[in-house]
Design a protein around this ligand. Structure first.
Ligand SMILES: [Zn+2]
Ligand SMILES: [Zn+2]
Length: 244
């Protein structure tokens, strides 16, 4: 089983770190985490503008996948996301790039690294142009990557969320190959609402949070403001290929 994984290093300088998000009042445990220093968009920036790299000439159906991904986050926060034609002036700049594209984090062709995004207020969201991106789940199969699923995850990073150890969370670092995962979990919602507050129209229950065992061993470390790369790869396959 191949498990695409976001390659944000779990250990930096040999130490582990995780913001447990533990609340002293309700005795619940959250598994989300933030980047170092908890960067977030300032409240003066609640109406965020995003733009697509013009050279990519994306189709409407591709742009719609990003819009749906943004909608997931705006539903639960006071943030709004609006597309603008001005790539230069946009808060969030989305582009497909191949290989070395000038930010020191080159893409690697098909599989392994899929995308990376930067914490606020940088706003860069880069995707590997050589992946087999799918916007219509009808065509989703092994070896393809669901664009909306990756977009929902990376937007979480763009808003200031690091990885979560909660398996159901969008911010969990792995995603089954060729599958779709676009619904925010209570963990994602709780995390982002800790940074921005709730959407007044959001009536989901984020106050009731089931207690879960705190049995996470791996720390989810911060890595500057750089987000992570999605890496497709079965570690088992990797080990096997090394052994063979
Ligand atoms: Zn990630
Ligand atoms: Zn990049």
């Amino acid at each position: 089983m191949v498990k695409p994984r976001c390659g944000n290093p779990d250990i930096v300088n040999g130490t582990t770190h995780m913001n447990s998000g533990k609340s002293p009042t309700d005795h619940t445990v959250a598994h989300f985490s933030f980047f170092e220093g908890q960067p977030r968009w300032p409240s003066s920036k609640s109406k965020l503008k995003y733009a697509f790299l013009p050279e990519n000439q994306l189709t409407d159906s591709v742009k719609a996948a990003f819009r749906r991904a943004f909608d997931k986050w705006s539903k639960v926060t006071p943030l709004t996301f609006k597309e603008t034609d001005s790539y230069r002036l946009a808060d969030i700049r989305i582009g497909f790039f191949v290989r070395d594209h000038g930010d020191g984090n080159p893409f690697d062709g098909p599989m392994k690294i899929l995308a990376h995004a930067f914490a606020p207020p940088t706003g860069f969201f880069h995707l590997d142009g050589e992946e087999n991106w799918v916007v219509d789940s009808e065509y989703l199969k092994e070896g393809t990557v669901d664009l909306e699923s990756v977009a929902v995850h990376e937007i979480g990073h763009l808003l200031g969320l690091d990885h979560s150890s909660e398996k159901e969370a969008i911010m969990f670092p792995t995603l089954e190959d060729g599958t779709r995962k676009v619904e925010l979990s209570r963990d994602d919602i709780k995390g982002v609402q800790m940074l921005y507050g709730s959407n007044p129209n959001y009536n989901g229950s984020s106050t009731v949070y089931p207690h879960r065992q705190e049995n996470d061993i791996s720390g989810y470390s911060t890595f500057g403001s750089l987000c992570p790369h999605w890496i497709i790869g079965s570690f088992l396959a990797l080990v096997l290929s090394i052994l063979l």
